[in-house]
Design a protein. Structure first.
Length: 190
């Protein structure tokens, strides 16, 4: 079997575990669902589960770093003279096919996020990866002393706007326009 076929199988199993976990978390609740429950639903061992995911929280947030990387790639491709806030918004829209590929799953995960403090904490940890990846790209668009610090502030504020827009989108049952909600949040702080 080729390495690409093995990688494809691994990705499929990872996705299957994640789908099963979302279903169990939605039906039973996050705290009431164990790693053993998830593994049994997919027909894998507990050990196999932990080869794919470090924690139960990671099952739901496993792709958050990859989503941040997609936004960073899109931001790097934006015109260098574009203002940071404009470039960030455009990069998020450009990356949407990768970052918002499964709205139904995102809605389910978002609903769980509201009720499970450990998920919010883990998301916060993973979002640091976004700041680390995006801030240097924003700093290139800024001039003067302290550009790196100001870039981290801009990126952190933009991500807070993403979170606020996402919360409103979840409250709407996924019917509200996420980009409009983001724009509204940005307008409130700018």
């Amino acid at each position: 079997m080729t390495s690409s076929a093995i990688e494809r199988q691994r990705a499929e199993l990872r996705a299957e575990i994640a789908r099963a976990a979302v279903g169990l978390f939605t039906a039973r609740g996050f705290d009431a669902t164990t790693v053993d429950d998830i593994a049994a639903a997919v027909g894998v061992s507990r050990r196999t589960f932990f080869r794919y995911f470090g924690t139960k929280e990671d099952v739901l947030l496993h792709d958050l770093n990859a989503r941040g990387d997609a936004v960073a790639r899109a931001l790097a491709a934006r015109p260098a003279d574009e203002e940071p806030w404009v470039a960030l918004r455009a990069a998020m829209l450009d990356a949407a096919p990768e970052t918002l590929a499964d709205p139904e799953s995102d809605l389910a995960v978002g609903r769980l996020m509201k009720t499970v403090p450990s998920l919010r904490a883990r998301r916060h940890e993973k979002r640091a990866h976004w700041v680390d990846g995006l801030a240097p790209l924003v700093a290139e668009r800024l001039t003067g002393p302290g550009a790196a610090f100001r870039a981290r502030a801009v990126v952190s504020a933009a991500l807070l706007c993403v979170d606020l827009a996402s919360e409103a989108w979840i409250e709407s049952g996924g019917t509200a326009d996420l980009a409009e909600l983001y724009d509204e949040a940005v307008a409130a702080i700018r």
